[in-house]
Design a protein around this ligand. Structure first.
Ligand code: C2O
Length: 466
């Protein structure tokens, strides 16, 4: 019943337009609502989408202009199969939003209610994403379709000769499994994660995209519930990584393959200029350890090289991209302290330092794993002693630099500003960051099944004069 890979056309989500703008702010309205879509040809799949679209519409904003997004929860009172109430909390992942707008898991909006989220857009240009973060149902809500890209551009990025416009392409990658009646299949009994047998790019199973003979920039977001990938091209050509989660790298990195955990964003430039017309290039996935693989999960999408004429401007990658990104200038010496975070499995639950989100709730939100002062630079040492699993760990609020992994330098594709770090089996990863902003923020595993069961805690940034 599943489509053959590379038979369905590639598409990108539409760009969301503000319904109102004033001197400082763009106002958007988004309705979360149910839809039926023919994801697998011949089957109707019930989904939930931002504005009824899966993936949701892409938001594009300019640095320095504030966004106000009204998020209306028009979802049904019960999930069609799982019988829970889809309360929602929208997180703009990659934004230093104030705590009340950060999509706190316990700050829920029930069906029939809405919430206005305010985003400052003051940070460096980057690919962010907005997705659901509703308490204990994030995995199901995101699998149903509540995820989309949000692109922030700044003047530095605009000044570079890198691909733009139609050659700057979002790739939101996810995986899913479908029951014979078309419904999504929820394997929510396993706490290790949800792994699908279908790989979707922008909601289409293994699509094929026509490309012109030039360079393209792909903003790859791994929006999967649990799956991590390792990308490579079947032509053997390298990819040039130009940006990580929190924006442009100091320098581009040419790689043959790279690993990509859930919630990470990597932007790559692929050069099709030397490929003959008619050539098909396949983006492949050689799965990292501890994923569950199926027949075609080693394939992602294909590019067919066509003879069409094209615009030759913005067709190069300079040797320097953003060498002065403040997060990337930090060194271990700048840190005033080092903190340890241990990822462990206890009593069938995933925990951080032995704590779960339920412990945070039970403490009336007093429990914090760390309380840096505003402006402090700290090293966080994240240790995975949970045995046999990897954890993509996301720290809200901050951009960090990866110092080392088991004492060794980060991999080439990780040499940029980050907000999620892949912590493999028995790995200890050190990151360094400056804490700016104030208040309580979440830290969690972005394998959403782990997050929901209950590998999530919080930290609090204190005012520096308290
Ligand atoms: Cu992308 Cu706390 O999430």
């Amino acid at each position: 019943r599943l489509p053959r890979p590379f038979t369905l056309p590639f598409r990108t989500p539409p760009v969301l337009r503000p319904h109102r703008t004033d001197a400082t702010t763009d106002f958007y309205k988004v309705y979360m609502k149910p839809l039926q879509a023919e994801v697998v040809p011949g089957l109707q799949t019930p989904l939930w989408g931002y504005n009824g679209l899966v993936p949701g519409p892409t938001v594009k904003v300019a640095q320095g202009r504030q966004t106000v997004m009204r998020q209306v929860n028009n979802l049904p009172r019960k999930h069609p199969l799982l019988n829970y109430t889809p309360w929602t909390s929208v997180h703009l992942h990659g934004s230093p939003s104030l705590p009340q707008y950060d999509g706190y898991a316990s700050d829920i909006t029930n069906p029939g209610q809405y919430k206005d989220y305010v985003y400052p857009n003051t940070q460096t240009g980057r690919t962010l994403w907005y997705h659901d973060h509703g308490l204990h149902h994030t995995a199901e809500n995101v699998l149903m379709g509540l995820a989309a890209q949000y692109q922030l551009v700044d003047p530095l990025e605009r000044s570079l000769p890198i691909p733009k416009g139609e050659f700057d392409v979002p790739l939101l990658v996810s995986d899913a499994m479908f029951a014979s009646n078309g419904s999504l299949y929820f394997d929510n009994h396993s706490e290790s994660g949800m792994y699908g047998d279908v790989v979707l790019v922008n909601g289409v199973p293994w699509p094929v995209m026509q490309v012109k003979r030039r360079k393209y920039r792909f903003r790859i977001l791994n929006a999967s519930i649990s799956r991590s990938y390792q990308w490579s091209l079947d032509s053997g050509d390298p990819m040039t990584v130009i940006a990580t989660d929190a924006g442009l790298m100091p320098r581009p990195q040419k790689v043959q393959r790279f690993r990509h955990g859930a919630a990470e964003r990597y932007e790559v430039v692929i050069d099709f200029s030397k490929m003959p017309v008619g050539r098909r290039v396949v983006l492949r996935n050689t799965s990292p350890k501890n994923n569950i693989d199926y027949e075609n999960t080693n394939k992602v999408m294909a590019f067919d090289v066509v003879a069409d004429p094209f615009d030759t401007s913005y067709n190069s990658v300079p040797d320097l991209l953003n060498p002065t990104n403040p997060a990337m200038l930090l060194t271990a010496k700048d840190a005033v302290r080092t903190r340890q975070l241990n990822l462990v499995r206890e009593h069938g639950m995933w925990t951080i330092n032995g704590h779960t989100w339920d412990d945070v709730v039970k403490s009336k939100f007093d429990l914090v794993e760390a309380n840096p002062r505003e402006g402090d630079v700290e090293i966080w040492e994240i240790r995975n002693s949970s045995g046999g699993w990897f954890h993509p760990v996301h720290i809200h609020l901050i951009d960090f630099r990866i110092l080392d992994r088991n004492g060794k330098p980060p991999m080439p594709h990780e040499l940029g500003p980050k907000d999620v770090v892949y912590v493999g089996e028995n790995e200890t990863v050190r990151v360094v960051a400056r804490f700016e902003g104030r208040g309580k923020y979440m830290i969690h595993c972005h394998n959403l099944v782990h997050e929901d069961h209950d590998m999530m805690s919080q930290f609090e940034v204190l005012a520096d004069h308290d």
